[in-house]
Design a protein around this ligand. Structure first.
Ligand code: CDM
Ligand code: ATP
Length: 282
C-alpha cells in the first residue's frame, strides 16, 4: 500500500505590517514569509472505507477540531472522493507559536491527500479550500517564500536571503485572536510596495504586533530582550516565538547553548522553497 511521508515546515514572518482592518474583523497585512528546514512530519496511508484517522491525537485539540482532520474532510467534500486516510503526526512545532504549525499541517494534508487520492486538483482550488482553515494555509500550499497581502492570501514569490536562525520559544502560548483583538494594536501602517519592502532587507524590518505582544505577554518581551542582546531579534506572526538571524550555524548553536532553563529553542536555515514541495517534486 502506498505511504507518503511529508514534512510540514515552519514559517517565519521576516517582517509584518498591519495596514487596516476589513469589515469582517480580519486584518489587512503586508508580510514576508519564509520557510524553515524544521517542522512537523505527516505519514499518510489511504483507507478504502472513507474514515480519517489521526494519531496520536494532540492533547489540547480534539480530532474534529484538528486542522489535519478538517483539511482531509474538506478535501473529501470538495472532490467527492470516497477514500479516507490514516495519518500519523510527528508534532515538533509549538502550538500558538507564530510558526504556522497548524496551517502547515493542513497544507501538507491537502497536498499529500491530493497526491494519495490521485485527485489532481489545481493549487488555486486547494488554496481556496485551505484559506477557510487559516490565513497562513495558502503560502504553505504555494511553497515559495512570498510577499503577502490581503489577509495573507495574495502572494508574490520572492527570493530572500537564507541565513541561519535561532528560534526561541518563551514557554507561553499566544492566542492570535487576542492580539488582533487588542485595542492598543496599531492598524494604520501605510501600505508600501513589495520593492520598497525588499529594499535594504532585514535591518529595516519590523513586526507591528510586537509592542502589543510585549505588553500582553511579559515572557515574550523577556525572550525578545534576551535574544536581542545577542543578535537582532524579532517576533514571528503574533508570537510567541522570537527569532534572530545569524551568520553561521556555529553562531546559532552558541546562542542556543546559553539558553536559560525556562526557554526552548532550535536552530534552522531559512528556505525559499518549502521542504514540502521539495519532497513532492522528488
Ligand atoms: C499573523 C499571522 O501568523 C501572519 O502569518 C497569520 O495571519 C495568522 O494566521 P492564522 O493563525 O492562520 O490565523 P487564523 O486562524 O486565520 O485566525 C485566527 C484569528 O486571528 C484573527 N486574524 C487572523 C489573521 C488576520 N489577517 N487578521 C485577523 O484578525 C482573527 O480574529 C481570527 O479569528
Ligand atoms: N494540527 C494542528 N497543529 C497545531 N495546532 C492546531 C492543529 N489543529 C488545530 N490547531 C489549533 O490551532 C491553534 C493555532 O496553532 P498553530 O500551531 O498554527 O499556531 P501558530 O503557530 O501561532 O500559527 P500562526 O503563526 O498561523 O498564528 C492551536 O492553538 C490549536 O488550538
Amino acid at each position: 500500500m502506498q505511504e507518503l511521508v511529508l514534512p510540514a515546515p515552519a514559517k517565519l514572518n521576516r517582517m509584518l505590517h498591519i495596514t487596516g482592518r476589513r469589515p469582517d474583523g480580519y486584518h489587512e497585512l503586508q508580510t514576508l514569509f519564509q520557510f524553515l528546514d524544521h517542522g512537523d512530519e505527516l505519514r499518510m496511508r489511504c483507507r478504502e472505507d472513507g474514515a480519517v484517522h489521526l494519531s496520536p491525537a494532540l492533547d489540547t485539540v480534539p480530532d474534529e477540531a484538528n486542522l489535519i482532520v478538517r483539511a482531509a474532510r474538506l478535501l473529501q467534500a470538495e472532490s467527492g472522493c470516497p477514500l479516507g486516510a490514516d495519518i500519523l503526526l510527528t508534532k515538533r512545532l509549538p502550538m500558538g507559536g507564530g510558526l504556522g504549525g497548524g496551517s502547515s499541517d493542513a497544507a501538507t494534508t491537502l497536498l499529500g491527500l491530493d497526491r494519495l487520492w490521485q485527485l489532481g486538483l489545481s493549487l488555486e482550488r486547494l488554496a481556496a479550500v485551505g484559506l477557510t482553515l487559516g490565513a497562513d494555509v495558502p503560502v504553505f500550499l504555494h511553497g515559495r517564500a512570498a510577499w503577502a497581502e490581503g489577509i495573507g492570501e495574495r502572494l508574490t514569490a520572492v527570493e530572500l536571503d537564507t541565513p541561519w536562525f535561532v528560534v526561541v520559544h518563551p514557554g507561553v502560548s499566544v492566542a492570535t485572536a487576542a492580539v488582533f483583538g487588542a485595542t492598543q494594536l496599531t492598524r494604520d501602517t501605510p501600505p508600501i510596495t513589495m520593492a520598497r519592502a525588499l529594499q535594504g532587507g532585514a535591518p529595516g524590518w519590523r513586526n507591528d504586533c510586537e509592542p502589543t505582544v510585549r505588553s500582553l505577554y511579559p515572557r515574550v518581551a523577556a525572550a525578545l530582550d534576551w535574544l536581542g542582546a545577542r543578535a537582532p531579534a524579532m517576533l514571528t506572526g503574533t508570537g510567541a516565538c522570537v527569532f534572530a538571524r545569524v551568520d553561521t550555524q556555529a553562531e546559532a548553536q552558541r546562542i542556543v547553548a546559553e539558553l536559560p532553563g525556562d526557554y526552548t529553542a532550535f536552530t534552522a536555515r531559512g528556505l525559499n522553497l518549502s521542504p514540502l514541495h521539495a519532497a513532492l517534486n522528488r
